[in-house]
Design a protein around this ligand. Structure first.
Ligand code: RVP
Length: 489
């Protein structure tokens, strides 16, 4: 009876989106979406909380594109807070930690500071008061001619300054007008920071960047299911979202602990992973701000093989979304996505956001070095339940799978649910996201969906067979030029 009642579960390759009548084109669609109760993204993409994917560098790059990273937790609490702070301070137009000099300093000291800090200009201060600015250009003529001039002899005293409230456009105008590269920011005559043209231009290049209410880049940070100390510390350090990262969030101890976490943090709380409507109901009743779906679809995950447990991902997304939409709680489809078309399918099945591991691993900004094998470039990618992640680093992978590392425990006493490997080097986050979002937009054009909500509403799935899959991929030719959005391993 049990077998007769067994439901059919679908995943990405089992279905395609049928095209709809459409009055909308890819270039006109709106990809904004909600990732948690209180936070919107400009693109429906977040990065996996994995130690070969999400640290500050990738978090900054992804937030610039309008998405968000979930910083991994296979590091000490202090290190994770440090990573978080790097993301939060990077979005600021005004650098507040300014390296300065004083009027009586020698030019050679100034040169050394500039070289060490790799900066081309220093504000000159007396106490906290700004009294001048000195640049590399000013000092170069005097460096090799035995001159014993001091900063005060050659600095520019008539400094163009700006107030803290300045906008990037205004700052840029002032910098161009005065042909200068850096603008000291003052409160009265006190120096409080500096704005550089380089930073403004970087901001201008990223009109899609996603920021918090203070203008800092949006970022989430992972915490263990029972790690109150970490969740509170990350919250205090300014995380916008705490993501409870766990392999089975329908474990009732995890569900019950949600309310303790909620009571102690201001940030939104995303919890996962689950794969059923019942689990969604249980978590939503505890007040979660977002739910993450995915038991076993991950590209390096072996849970379905080792434990024999999981739900094919499109069915899991759809079951969770059916419940979550009644409560207006965002759904994140985590794992198993290989192409941009899978993002469209996940959204069509009810997801508000997708979480990517493999597709963002192997980018310039992901942690780790490029390795060359047989003339091709790769970067490491490993499951957080792999032997390497559970025993290396800070064993932040182990409790995700309810496993404990004790003292000198032998590795053979762990049961891994993930593997370690490499993925092809893919270029920058900017290049990768351009292709992924481009594919999603194309799909929205085919579906006649002007935004993500409409995509969820209008998506029409058609079931396909293995011949359908074969027909979908390029066939009957030898690919001679690799396409940026269709990699061959
Ligand atoms: P993928 O994008 O298919 O590579 O999947 C990434 C997801 O896989 C992660 O966000 C996480 O939910 C899951 N994961 C991470 N480690 C492991 C494991 O070791 N089994 N699984």
């Amino acid at each position: 009876k049990k077998l007769q009642e067994a439901e059919l579960g679908f995943t990405y390759d089992d279905l395609l989106l049928a095209p709809n009548e459409s009055w909308i084109e890819a270039k006109d669609v709106d990809t904004r979406t909600r990732v948690s109760t209180n936070h919107e993204l400009n693109i429906p993409i977040i990065s996996a909380a994995m130690d070969t994917v999400s640290e500050s560098e990738l978090a900054i790059a992804l937030a610039h594109e309008g998405g968000m990273a979930v910083l991994h937790r296979n590091m000490t609490l202090e290190m994770e807070v440090e990573e978080l702070k790097k993301v939060k301070s990077s979005g600021e137009l005004t650098i507040r930690n300014v390296v300065t000099t004083t009027a009586d300093s020698s030019l050679s000291t100034v040169k050394d500071i500039m070289e060490e800090e790799r900066i081309n200009g220093l504000p000159v201060i007396q106490g906290k008061k700004l009294i001048g600015i000195i640049t590399k250009r000013d000092i170069v003529p005097f460096l090799n001619n035995g001159s014993n001039k001091a900063v005060k002899d050659i600095m520019t005293s008539d400094v163009v300054t700006v107030k803290e409230s300045i906008s990037p456009i205004e700052a840029l105008d002032i910098a161009y007008e005065n042909k200068i590269e850096r603008l000291p920011v003052v409160r009265g005559d006190e120096l409080v920071g500096i704005i550089t043209i380089k930073d403004i231009l970087q901001q201008k290049e990223n009109p899609n960047a996603i920021k918090d209410k203070n203008g800092k880049l949006l970022v989430a940070a992972a915490s263990g299911p029972f790690d109150l100390e970490r969740a509170v510390a990350l919250d205090e350090a300014g995380a916008d979202i705490i993501a409870v990262d766990c392999a089975h969030a329908h474990n009732m101890r995890v569900v019950e602990f949600v309310s303790t976490l909620k009571d102690n943090i201001d940030a939104d709380l995303i919890v996962g992973n689950i794969a059923t409507g019942e689990a969604a109901e249980a978590l939503i009743k505890q007040g979660v701000d977002g739910i993450k779906v995915g038991i076993g679809p991950g590209s390096m995950c072996t849970t379905r093989i080792i434990a024999g447990v999981g739900v094919p991902q499109l069915t899991a997304i759809s079951k969770v979304a059916d419940v979550a939409s009644n409560y207006d709680v965002p759904v994140i489809a985590d794992g198993g996505l290989r192409y941009s078309g899978d993002i469209a399918k996940a959204i069509g099945a009810g997801a508000d956001v997708v979480m990517l591991g493999n597709l963002l691993a192997g980018t310039y900004e992901s942690p780790g070095d490029v390795v060359v094998m047989n003339g091709r470039k790769y970067k490491q990618y490993r499951g957080m339940g792999s032997m390497g992640a559970m025993t290396g680093g800070f064993s932040g992978g182990a409790d995700r799978y309810f496993q404990e590392i004790k003292g000198h425990m032998k590795h053979s006493k762990l049961v891994p649910e993930g593997v370690e490997g490499v993925v092809p080097y893919k270029g920058t986050i900017n290049e990768v996201i351009f292709q992924l979002v481009g594919g999603l937009k194309a799909s929205m054009g085919y579906s006649g969906a002007k935004d993500i909500k409409k995509m969820q509403e209008l998506a029409n799935f058609v079931r396909i067979t293995s011949s359908g899959i074969k027909e979908s991929h390029p066939h009957d030719l030898l690919i001679t030029n690799e396409s940026p959005n269709y990699p061959t391993l």
